[in-house]
Design a protein around this ligand. Structure first.
Ligand code: PGA
Length: 250
């Protein structure tokens, strides 16, 4: 595991109600301890709970992010949508963009690029998700797909300081299956190499996401190049989430 800060991003997806915010109390407590000094926790609950989460985590070292945003950086006649200004206005510092579940629902690389630009304009940090499907993997298209997602998603973006890239193989999300550790290490290295080539920078952080849980974290943390984890199902249960964090830093 890297010696730098380690990110643990809790992606709650379409789960949670107003009382769920109380379940993170222990995580907040632990985040204040010396042991968690290098740990960066970011909760991404659904839009309906963003305000509650930012209030609950005020004056703590925990940040809050949205799970998506609209492509436009303005207010407008877009029923059912939320723009990055609105996300910022409730105290969020992050936004997930390009999650495969949103790509499946229609987000194109160009939409993702607009969303990222809109988020950066509001000085939000972006958690930019990339990943190949099982079919693409079987057809040996992984590198091609990841390069396309990166080059189109980050098209004409110069400042990468506020971007975290999350590599999430689609076949690993919610399936309980993670890549072989060697394969994953090679993949993260390739992503970092590609990013450093296009941005002429070496320090772009890359996270892993897909079925991270308290059982597989010990193998995953062996990968030095990983800067943290994007965690879905296991992050909704504070006991499991804390277990994952503890096992990573111990
Ligand atoms: P999972 O989800 O941990 O439940 O596989 C990860 C994600 O989709 O971000």
């Amino acid at each position: 595991m890297t010696n730098n800060n380690i990110y643990f991003i809790a992606n709650w997806k379409m789960h949670g109600n107003p009382t769920s915010v109380n379940s993170i109390r222990r995580v907040i407590g632990l985040s204040k301890t010396k042991k968690f000094r290098k740990v960066r926790i970011i909760y991404c609950p659904p839009y309906t709970l963003l305000d509650k989460f930012t209030n609950k985590t005020k004056r703590t070292r925990i940040f809050v992010g949205a799970q998506n945003c609209h492509t436009k950086n303005e207010y407008g006649a877009n029923t059912g949508s939320i723009n990055t200004k609105m996300i910022k206005s409730v105290g969020c510092k992050y936004v997930i963009i390009g999650h495969s579940e949103n790509r499946i629902e229609g987000d194109t690389d160009q939409d993702i690029n607009y969303k990222i630009k809109s988020a950066l304009k509001e000085k939000l940090n972006v958690i930019f998700c990339i990943g190949e499907t099982l079919d693409e993997k079987k057809k040996n298209k992984t590198q091609k797909i990841l390069k396309k997602q990166i080059s189109k998603g980050l098209y004409k973006i110069k400042n990468t300081k506020n971007i975290l890239v999350a590599y999430e193989p689609v076949w690993s999300i919610g399936t309980g299956i993670i890549p072989k550790i060697n394969d994953l290490q090679n993949q993260i290295k390739k992503i970092k190499l590609y990013l450093s080539k296009i941005f002429k920078k070496k320090d772009i952080r890359v996270l892993y996401g897909g079925s991270v849980n308290p059982k597989n974290i010990k193998s995953l943390k062996k990968i030095y190049e990983i800067n943290g984890f994007l965690i879905g199902a296991a992050s909704q249960n504070s006991k499991k989430f804390i277990d994952i964090i503890n096992k990573t830093i111990n």
